[in-house]
Unconditional design. Structure first.
Length: 296
């Protein structure tokens, strides 16, 4: 499933393929109207034809394209669960499940493919992205702006949800999805079932580093290649714990990775690492208790 690294990869691809290229024509799939809500495929095609892609930005899991050649116009692209931008050169057959095709000057075609139709393609009048409620609510981008551990601690401190579930809230660290929430907890040696408001400042700082590390790892694995296969599509699994239930933990080698369900989503973690991380605090309080018992 696309999370921040895959969307960043898409942004880089779109810049390489489309910057300053003119869009000659646009075709949309009439069976995929839900992708174009609240507009329509026909309105999107009319708005984009004749424009040039002036810039491609990313905020969390959203792609923000500004289009030149007329008044200011924006295009918001969210990849949903299975969305992907792919390019086909003249003469190459299109991929399956294409929902929108942008024919560029020179004949290359940018296809938005999305088998499950959870993605979005939305024209943004005036390129006023900041007026869209789904963007206005997002926190600062964890890669572009970095992760402030003090802000992260304040936001996690306000929720009693399990830390892994809290991390999926795009107001906190936009771009973290189900995969990287598990990965970040594992890297930070934090039990994903812990209450978010019970983490110590040191644990929150570890979590911030864990998020950054799992993103960096995924971004470097994506490289400069063009088409990527998501794990769910049978692509290689580059993750430490995600989708690895039953495999031996790559860190402690003592336990098997477990899959549990939190808020209807799969969570993967190592029970030995999670218990081990909690142990120092527990044994410290136990020794304090023993000390006070011997004094009394
Ligand atoms: Zn382990």
């Amino acid at each position: 499933m696309p999370e921040l690294p895959e969307v960043e990869h898409a942004a880089r691809c779109l810049r390489a393929w489309a910057l300053s290229g003119r869009i000659l024509a646009v075709e949309t799939d009439p069976r995929a109207e839900r992708i174009f809500r609240p507009g329509s495929g026909a309105a999107l095609a009319r708005a984009l034809a004749g424009r040039r892609v002036a810039s491609v930005r990313r905020l969390g899991k959203h792609l923000l394209l500004e289009l030149a050649g007329g008044g200011p116009l924006g295009l918001l692209s969210h990849l949903g669960m299975t969305g992907k931008w792919v390019r086909r050169l003249p003469g190459e057959p299109p991929p399956s499940h294409v929902r929108a095709s942008l024919v560029l000057e020179g004949g290359a075609v940018l296809h938005y493919r999305d088998p499950r139709l959870f993605g979005r393609l939305r024209v943004v009048p005036g390129a006023r992205f900041e007026l869209l409620p789904e963007l206005g609510a997002l926190g600062p981008d964890p890669i572009a702006a970095g992760i402030d551990p003090v802000r992260l601690a304040a936001l996690l401190g306000r929720t009693r949800r399990p830390v892994k579930v809290a991390l999926l809230d795009q107001r906190i660290l936009p771009g973290v999805g189900n995969i990287h929430a598990s990965e970040a907890c594992f890297r930070a040696r934090i039990d994903p079932r812990r209450r978010a408001d019970r983490l110590s400042p040191g644990e929150v700082a570890r979590l911030a580093r864990g998020v950054r590390a799992t993103f960096d790892r995924a971004l470097s694995a994506l490289g400069a290649g063009e088409e990527i296969a998501y794990v769910e599509e049978g692509g290689e699994n580059p993750f430490l714990v995600y989708a690895r239930a039953g495999e031996r933990c790559p860190r402690c080698r003592r336990a098997a990775i477990r899959r549990i369900v939190q808020a209807q989503r799969s969570t993967y973690f190592c029970p030995a690492c999670a218990a081990g991380a909690a142990r120092p605090a527990a044994s410290a309080s136990a020794s304090r208790a023993r000390a006070s018992a011997s004094r009394g």
